[in-house]
Design a protein around this ligand. Structure first.
Ligand SMILES: [Zn+2]
Length: 97
């Protein structure tokens, strides 16, 4: 029916323009808005590089299930190593204990 097909195309237009669910980066010092592709199992924050596992409440509503530990642990270790390096350099400069 003509009316039905009209309704369908209107719904499809709406679906095309609708922004999909956003989630917030769980990194407290980042809080970037992430927009995963529908159906994605992971989302990576473009700002801080942390990666999160997703679950979908419905096809357009994602939630962060938790961090991807392997990726985030690596990031944390790299940051920690850099901090320790800087700290060691500081101590070396002082020439103290
Ligand atoms: Zn982030």
């Amino acid at each position: 029916m003509a009316i039905d097909s009209g309704k369908t195309s209107a719904a499809e237009d709406l679906r095309k323009t609708r922004t999909f669910g956003k989630v917030r980066c769980h990194n407290p010092s980042c809080m970037e808005r992430l927009v995963p592709e529908p159906g994605d199992e992971h989302v990576k924050c473009p700002t801080c590089g942390m990666e999160f596992r997703l679950f979908w409440i419905n096809p357009s509503l994602p939630r962060i299930r938790g961090p991807v530990w392997d990726v985030n642990r690596k990031l944390a270790q790299e940051r920690l190593a850099a901090l320790e390096k800087a700290e060691a350099a500081k101590k070396a400069k002082k020439g103290g204990k």
